[in-house]
Design a protein around this ligand. Structure first.
Ligand code: RP5
Length: 165
């Protein structure tokens, strides 16, 4: 079995870890090998660009990049690779993530970043979205996603049944 990382999770600071862990947990749940790295677009730009530009050559298929405030990490990473980049805006700061949302989502034409919601929901969805992309060429992941959706459906049904008494 090939256990080399297929998804690279990057975050601008260790303070982003409690949020970005959600993406890692999803990948672990689906048995997708990943690597998680702290690298800042402004504090460690050379390292960040090296991680991005070398990712495809190491067998990485997608990159998830989470950053806060003037969040340029996902855009900088996307500029250095043709792998799909999923951006996750971090909550916090004076604008509580709205700054990071705009910084991540408002990429000028030519270099896209697939931007998720602010915070933990966005990080979780980034993980699921990565699995969905990988599932295009992986029948095991396709089946696992089907099961995941059925479980969600059953959970809602069970909560409704409990409410009805
Ligand atoms: C961004 O600045 C990071 O992604 C983080 O969300 C934010 C604050 O970083 P710290 O000051 O907590 O290291 O670069």
């Amino acid at each position: 079995m090939d256990n080399s990382p297929k998804v690279l999770i990057m975050m601008g600071s260790d303070s982003d870890l409690p949020v970005m862990q959600e993406a890692a947990d999803i990948l672990a749940k689906f048995g997708v090998p990943y690597e998680i790295r702290i690298s800042s677009a402004h504090r460690s730009p050379v390292r960040t660009m090296a991680l991005a530009s070398e990712a495809a050559g190491r067998g990485i298929r997608l990159i998830i990049a989470g950053a806060g405030m003037a969040a340029h990490l996902a855009g900088v990473v996307a500029a250095k690779t043709t792998l799909p980049v999923i951006g996750v805006p971090m909550p916090g700061g004076a604008l509580n993530g709205v700054d990071a949302l705009y910084s991540t989502v408002q990429m000028p034409a030519g270099i896209p970043v697939a931007t998720m919601a602010i915070g933990k929901a966005g990080a979780m969805n980034a993980g699921i979205f990565a699995v969905q992309v990988l599932a295009l060429t992986d029948t095991r992941l396709e089946a696992a996603l089907g099961l995941y959706r059925r479980e969600m459906d059953q959970e809602v049904e069970a909560k409704d049944a409990a409410l009805q008494g």
